[in-house]
Design a protein around this ligand. Structure first.
Ligand code: GTQ
Ligand code: FE2
Length: 320
């Protein structure tokens, strides 16, 4: 390395670049790749996962792995982007999870926000910060940042749900903390009839019934669960009538759809994905999206919209 005086006197750019490199400095004007670009790039891919596959794989995992070994029996839906093995979209991860009769999945807490959308089975429950909450099909349950949660089942058969966490965001920003509960499974302190941690299907249906469809037909009747549900994740339930098609739109927020009921297809940036109950579709940021319902349908969707809004980066085109 040259002295400071010698650095100031280097004869040419090549020597300057060498000296800079030795000091962990790069010439901003000579970068091989730009650091700013005109609009969002297409990194994460439009993608789909079938519940039929998920259920079959959970059945196999149920035989082959117990919850003693696997704290959670979950199957991660990773985006097929080259080199990626984790995120479903940039900020969020979804997983199919199952619990077997009589099992418990021990309690823990972590800084990632999480939620579950129940797919199958009656008789499983989650204990969230001491509250025992029953998990019934189509219910949505929240386990926000640092809340204790463990799962259990008194069901006859396998109970399954879709998990969603903002763990990829936490990986990116680094504030990851995790700990197991000192008691293994957290003791139940209450069995509430209502809780801010649960959105029961009947209540969501009643709210949807009261909702007017969008006057311009751009999207279906929709209700938001929470306002928003958690600091980084907003949740919506959207009802589409058989034959209804939504207008194409795009947003800087990432979205993940899970079909709650019905049948239809979603076009994400030109790729068409047919869906029925339990299927998951990733619509990464700024990819145009439109839905076509073949039967009366309800889509549950998860989005990092509150994060984008808070940071001043939410842009939406073609939708309210
Ligand atoms: O159920 O607590 O899919 O902590 C990933 C991490 C589920 C859970 C996942 C988790 C959980
Ligand atoms: Fe967890």
């Amino acid at each position: 390395m040259r002295t400071t005086e010698e650095l100031a006197a280097v004869p040419d750019l090549e020597t300057l670049y060498g000296e800079l490199d030795a000091r962990s400095i790069n010439a901003g004007w000579a970068k091989p790749t730009p650091s700013l670009w005109a609009e969002p790039r297409k990194n994460f891919l439009p993608a789909q996962w079938r519940w039929e596959d998920g259920r079959a794989a959970l059945n196999a995992a149920g035989r082959l792995v117990d919850t003693e070994l696997a704290e959670r029996r979950n199957l991660i839906l990773f985006n097929p982007l080259e080199g990626n093995t984790y995120g479903t979209v940039r900020t969020l991860i979804c997983a199919y999870q199952a619990i077997l009769p009589g099992e418990t999945a021990r309690s823990h807490r972590h800084t990632p926000n999480a939620l579950r959308f129940i797919l199958e089975g009656e008789g499983s429950y989650t204990v969230v910060d001491g509250q025992r909450l029953e998990m019934r099909p189509n219910d949505v349950l929240l386990t926000p940042n640092w809340s204790w949660h463990g799962h259990g089942s008194e069901a006859e058969g396998m109970c399954c749900w879709l998990d969603c966490l903002d763990a990829p965001l936490v990986h990116m920003l680094e504030p990851m903390f995790f700990e197991g509960h000192p008691d293994g499974f957290e003791p139940v302190t209450s069995v509430p009839n209502e809780s801010p941690f649960i959105f029961p299907w009947e209540k969501v249906q009643a709210a949807l019934d009261r909702e007017k469809p969008d006057a311009d037909g751009r999207f279906g009747r929709r209700v938001q669960l929470g306002r928003p549900a958690m600091s980084s994740i907003a949740l919506y339930m959207e009802r589409l009538e058989g034959g209804q098609a939504t207008q194409p739109f795009r947003t800087t927020a990432n979205r993940i759809y899970c079909c709650a009921e019905g049948r239809g297809e979603t076009v994400v940036d030109g790729e068409t994905f047919a869906w029925s109950r339990g299927d998951v579709i990733a619509a990464p940021a700024w990819r145009p999206v439109e839905h076509r319902a073949e039967a009366d349908s309800t889509l549950f969707w998860m989005t990092d919209e509150p994060l984008m809004r808070t940071l001043g980066w939410l842009r939406v085109e073609g939708e309210a």
